[in-house]
Design a protein around this ligand. Structure first.
Ligand SMILES: Cc1cc2nc3c(=O)[nH]c(=O)nc-3n(C[C@H](O)[C@H](O)[C@H](O)COP(=O)(O)OP(=O)(O)OC[C@H]3O[C@@H](n4cnc5c(N)ncnc54)[C@H](O)[C@@H]3O)c2cc1C
Length: 294
């Protein structure tokens, strides 16, 4: 028999340690709640019935985005998508993440949803996951055993599955230092404005003074259970100036690594046609926004 929503115990701790303790006390039926954009809808549909909700909204450290002395940026898990979209600390290649945030859903969802909630839910069509892989981000996690950090690439394990262990919460996303000459771009195609991605691509690139690519990371979203990084394509583009031939060849390497499914948003075949065009658009936009070589 379904239990009533009124029996859910609600807690609003002030520290991460307190939140972890409250989750541990209540066991497997407890859930952290951040923006509630997804969790409240799941509860309203009676798909989940937590015995305890632990709100992360009053934990000060989770609400901050800070530029660290080593050039890395720490985005607290409770940062709303709207805040990340307009975040002044995100410059150069880090803009792949603000670009992803700005394309999530619509203004009400961007005002409500958080980066911690989004990546913990790990929807395969969500916008942050490929951007965080392309940005070489690390995810900071807190649990009963303390804190740990793992690369975004190892955090997303598959369809709605992450490396979070029971009782753990995401506390921050850490973006590594980047050079001023680096750039980042996120491109997404959706059926209607405000929808999840049918397919998406995220790229970060660094160039030398003559506009040759010296490093590049590339990830695809919406074409599998999680973000897919294609290292063969990255290697093929390093040393080029992103000439059309090089991009077309790299796009073939990307498509060879994808194994999308048919779903309500589009067929697998369509996705495989869309991804090369998104890549082309990402590179075109990046090249256009760069200063000409000296
Ligand atoms: C109409 C609509 C359209 C949307 N469109 C898009 C879109 O285009 N692109 C996109 O990327 N997303 C989209 N979303 C999802 C949106 O980005 C949500 O913000 C996100 O899925 C959940 O974030 P939240 O902070 O609201 O999390 P919540 O709803 O509070 O929580 C979601 C889940 O994560 C868990 N959780 C929350 N915070 C943490 C944490 N810090 N650590 C561990 N677990 C945690 C909760 O227990 C719950 O299981 C859409 C959502 C809606 C409702």
């Amino acid at each position: 028999m379904l239990t009533s929503m009124t029996k859910t115990d609600f807690q609003k701790p002030k520290t991460v340690e307190e939140a972890v303790t409250l989750l541990k006390e209540a066991g497997d039926d407890a859930r952290p709640i951040s923006g509630g954009a997804t969790l409240v809808a799941l509860m309203n549909a009676r798909l989940v019935q937590p015995s305890r909700l632990v709100s992360l909204s009053a934990i000060d450290e989770l609400t901050q985005c800070t530029y660290q002395s080593d050039g890395s940026v720490r985005i607290g898990a409770m940062r709303r998508h709207r805040q990340t979209a307009f975040e002044s600390n995100l410059k150069a290649a880090h803009q792949v993440v603000s670009g992803a945030a700005s394309q999530i859903a619509n203004p009400p969802v961007r005002n409500m949803g958080t980066i911690g909630g989004s990546i913990s839910f790990a929807d395969p069509a969500a916008d942050y996951p490929p951007s965080l892989v392309a940005a070489n981000a690390e995810i900071e996690i807190a649990g009963p055993e303390g804190r740990r950090r793992i690369p975004a690439e190892e955090f997303f394990l598959g369809w709605y599955e992450t490396a979070l262990e029971p009782g753990e919460i995401v506390t921050a996303v850490i973006l590594p230092p980047v050079s001023e000459s680096s750039v980042g771009q996120y491109e997404k195609l959706c059926r209607i404005a405000g929808d999840f991605a049918l397919a998406s691509v995220a790229v970060t690139i660094d160039f030398n003074a003559s506009n040759t690519v010296t490093s590049l990371r590339l990830a695809v979203g919406g074409c599998g259970g999680g973000p897919i990084r294609v290292e063969a394509a990255e290697q093929a583009l390093i040393g080029t100036k992103l000439e059309l031939d090089a991009v077309v060849d790299a796009a073939e390497l990307v498509v060879a690594e994808l194994d999308p499914i048919d779903d309500v948003r589009g067929s697998a075949e369509y996705r495989l046609k869309v991804v090369p065009r998104l890549l082309q658009r990402a590179f075109n936009n990046l090249v256009e926004t760069r200063e000409p070589a000296q």
